[in-house]
Design a protein around this ligand. Structure first.
Ligand SMILES: [Cu+2]
Length: 267
């Protein structure tokens, strides 16, 4: 039986795979890019999809050819030839995947490292603590002079780095804003962190990306009937106004509570 011609098949597989990747890259529409980091993350996605498509093309082509070429003919009950190895092929299929995996890991490291804006956010004080619960999110604004706690709304100023600390009251949840290309799990017993720089004014959907119980679907802000608000990215001035309003509302609520207690004790 004639052996498979490796080189021509590899070339054809590469071309087919590259075409598959190109079609996917052109036709699959990603969500709007609404953070500074989103651009580099999308480029990384295209880079990895390119590699994956080529590997897919080569592997699939070899598989199809091998299935046809080496199939058992009717009434042929002979054993196959005992092949003990082809050293050059084994060296090649070890070195090439090693290079590909290293290149992908390096790309991922660079993009995630460059996109980490924790230092900037800590300097400017833009730190938000997110507490996940069944079934929603609560936000504490930890910035100096802001000090808003247990907010149902996530409102952020555009163009400013923000650092998130995530915890959960109960089970594992995952905070995901597709437009920011940012997702982080909230894991019981630990604080997970992530950061982003919103780059566009607007409202964006928040999704819980971890199946967390019967109300999980409701933790997606864009489904009908969801009580979870979308994240609002506003100008700095609008953000300051919002903070002032929330603080005033909180103070008034505190006063009402005090008044009620006083009234109760007097009566
Ligand atoms: Cu959840």
């Amino acid at each position: 039986m004639k052996p498979i011609k490796v080189l021509p098949l590899t070339i054809i597989g590469t071309l087919v795979g590259a075409i598959v990747s190109a079609v996917l890259i052109v036709t699959v529409t990603l969500p709007e890019q609404a953070s500074v980091q989103a651009v580099a993350i999308d480029n990384l996605y295209v880079y990895m999809l390119g590699f994956s498509g080529v590997i897919f093309g080569i592997v699939t082509l070899f598989l199809i050819v091998a299935v046809f070429r080496f199939r058992a003919r009717p009434n042929d009950t002979r054993e196959g030839a005992p092949v003990h190895g082809i050293t050059w092929l084994e060296v090649v299929w070890t070195i090439i995947p090693f290079i590909i995996v290293t290149a992908c890991a390096y790309g991922g490291f660079v993009v995630l490292n460059d996109g980490n804006v924790e230092a900037q956010a800590r300097t400017s004080g833009q730190v938000v603590h997110i507490e996940a619960y069944q079934f929603g999110w609560k936000y504490d604004y930890l910035a100096k002079n802001v000090d808003l706690t247990q907010q149902a709304d996530l409102v952020l100023p555009v163009g400013e780095a923000v650092f998130f600390e995530l915890t959960t009251k109960d089970v594992i949840h995952s905070f995901w804003v597709p437009a920011w290309r940012m997702q982080m799990n909230a894991t019981p017993g630990q604080v997970n962190t992530t950061s982003t720089t919103p780059s566009k004014v607007g409202t964006y959907e928040i999704v819980c990306a971890f199946l967390c119980g019967v109300g999980h679907t409701g933790m997606n802000s864009s489904i009908e009937g969801s009580i979870i608000p979308r994240v609002r990215v506003v100008t700095r001035a609008e953000f300051d106004t919002w903070v002032a309003e929330q603080k005033a509302a909180a103070e008034q609520q505190g006063q009402t509570a005090t008044t009620q207690t006083t009234d109760g004790s007097v009566a």
